[in-house]
Design a protein around this ligand. Structure first.
Ligand SMILES: Cc1cc2nc3c(=O)[nH]c(=O)nc-3n(C[C@H](O)[C@H](O)[C@H](O)COP(=O)(O)OP(=O)(O)OC[C@H]3O[C@@H](n4cnc5c(N)ncnc54)[C@H](O)[C@@H]3O)c2cc1C
Length: 471
């Protein structure tokens, strides 16, 4: 969670990916307009700095019959050099919009919101803490929560909006029974350092520390310092999906470095890999050119939940992602690894001397390498988040398509938690799309006025989701 103005978009890998058109079919009635126009606030840069690996991957994918082109523009399936949310080689994140309009805003930084203030079911403000002092901010028109897929459900539950039994168990007064925190989904990936090249790539520590790289960055906005790490993204269907009907279920994220490259100083810790495993499995690669061609599970069948561990706002919530709890998710990731094996055998990848790293993963030594049992064991040990948690206040369960929290008044949620399903790609562009759409809707006064009436659809939705929570 990016604890900084601009949130996680301020520290992410900057990949701008719009997903597949089939992802959005059931999201909004005005779908075409939403997907096409509502990321206009973002700055996207296409002409980035890439190593030779990116061309090799694209040529290799083409050899395997994959579509190579701008999959963002077509909202289609295939491989492309990644587009980044950047400007002149520099990160571009949405906080820049706050600076543009700063005189119209009051921004209170270093503040932690504890709960939403509700009068009956109407949001009238928030209670927050700053420098040890409890304060309140009152809203005349409404409260928009955007604390992310973990922070927003936590705040709603602390405010009494969530699964009734869970709240009662924590002695929180129930304001509205809704499946807040349920349906936590995330993109997970595997295949760390599974591919080794017998050539070197220019994104290494010497090149990065070269003063010319700094010069190129500061004076021309070019060179290795503009690299976000990801060079290519591609999507494909696994053997489990219906190629004609379904959006792609595997993404490949390609990075010209592996986690072994820094000798275990930083990346190992971020990824939660123990000293012992690093020493045994990853450290032999420290002086090799290991690269990351990572299969990502785009549409997990497994889903988890966010719960409170207490009614204390300072207590971290319980994040139980239940990754790989459905076997099919393991099988899709194994399909992704099988594709990587084919990719590295292509002529284009052979020019870089690509091979599979064949050392046994420490916990999987009892299985013969490259058997399905081995890969299942590998996937169950070497799978981790790609930091795309979503869905914990999803549209249709907790909020309607106008981002209004069901059965409440003047309370809105606009962040990754509302995504009804994960899109077929990295999710920041989609989160921004929702934000732009919400801004347009909320500025429309007619819409705000309508909310004071009760809709028949609210009642039907209530019955439907009340029965869901019960089940
Ligand atoms: C390391 C990393 C790499 C990523 N790479 C990419 C990428 O390359 N491409 C891509 O598309 N996506 C990427 N993502 C995902 C993407 O950045 C996030 O999905 C997106 O930023 C989520 O936006 P959000 O508004 O839902 O939440 P966030 O951006 O997380 O914003 C929530 C904000 O609310 C604040 N907050 C939470 N609770 C409270 C509280 N009680 N009081 C006050 N403030 C609170 C948080 O500190 C945070 O600033 C990455 C994410 C991470 C972490």
């Amino acid at each position: 969670m990016g604890k900084i103005l601009g949130g996680s978009g301020r520290l992410n890998y900057m990949a701008y990916v719009r997903g597949h058109i089939a992802d959005y079919t059931n999201w909004f009635p005005d779908l075409e307009e939403s997907v096409d126009k509502e990321t206009s606030s973002l700055n996207v840069h296409c002409d980035n700095w890439y190593t030779d690996l990116s061309d090799a991957i694209l040529n290799g994918a083409a050899e395997l019959g994959q579509n190579v082109g701008n999959i963002n523009r077509d909202l289609n399936i295939g491989f492309m050099k990644v587009e980044l949310t950047s400007k002149d080689g520099e990160r571009w994140s949405t906080d820049r919009l706050l600076h543009r309009d700063i005189e119209k805003l009051t921004v209170i930084a270093n503040a932690h919101v504890n709960k939403v203030l509700l009068k009956e079911k109407k949001a009238v403000g928030v209670e927050f803490e700053k420098l040890g002092t409890q304060l309140k901010a009152f809203a005349t028109k409404g409260v928009i929560l955007c604390a992310g897929a973990v922070g927003t459900p936590k705040l709603l539950m602390l405010s009494g909006i969530g699964p009734r039994d869970h709240l009662k168990g924590l002695k929180i007064k129930v304001v509205q029974n809704l499946p807040v925190g349920q349906n936590l989904v995330d993109h997970i990936l595997t295949g760390l350092d599974l591919v080794v090249l017998n050539t070197t790539l220019p994104l290494n520590i010497l090149n990065v520390l070269n003063p010319l790289s700094a010069f190129n960055y500061f004076f021309h906005g070019k060179g290795p310092w503009t690299s976000a790490g990801i060079e290519v993204v591609g999507t494909l269907h696994s053997t489990k999906s219906n190629r004609k009907l379904d959006p792609p279920d595997i993404q490949l994220m390609v990075m010209p470095v592996g986690i072994s490259q820094d000798g275990g100083i930083a990346l190992r810790k971020i990824m939660g890999i123990s000293d012992e495993v690093f020493r045994d499995y990853f450290s032999p690669l420290t002086h090799e050119t290991a690269v990351s061609i990572l299969p990502v599970l785009l549409h997990p069948k497994s889903s988890g939940e966010i719960r409170l561990q207490s009614s204390d706002p300072a207590a971290p919530p319980i994040i139980d992602p239940k990754y790989l709890s459905v076997q099919e998710d393991v099988e899709v990731l194994i399909d992704g690894i099988q594709f990587v094996k084919k990719l590295i055998r292509t002529r284009a990848m052979q020019k870089l001397g690509a091979t599979l790293y064949t050392k046994h993963y420490p916990s999987c030594k009892e299985f013969s390498f490259d058997t399905s049992e081995y890969w299942e064991c590998y996937v169950r040990h070497v799978t981790l988040t790609s930091y795309h948690p979503a869905g914990t206040c999803r549209i249709g369960s907790v909020v309607d398509e106008f981002f209004r929290v069901y059965s409440t008044e003047n309370l809105y949620v606009v962040d990754a938690s509302v995504l009804p399903v994960l899109p077929s790609g990295n999710i920041n562009a989609v989160v921004v799309m929702c934000a732009e759409k919400a801004a347009r809707l909320l500025i429309n006064k007619k819409f705000l006025k309508q909310r004071s009436q009760c809709h028949m659809t609210d009642f039907i939705q209530y019955l439907f989701y009340a029965s869901q929570v019960k089940n």
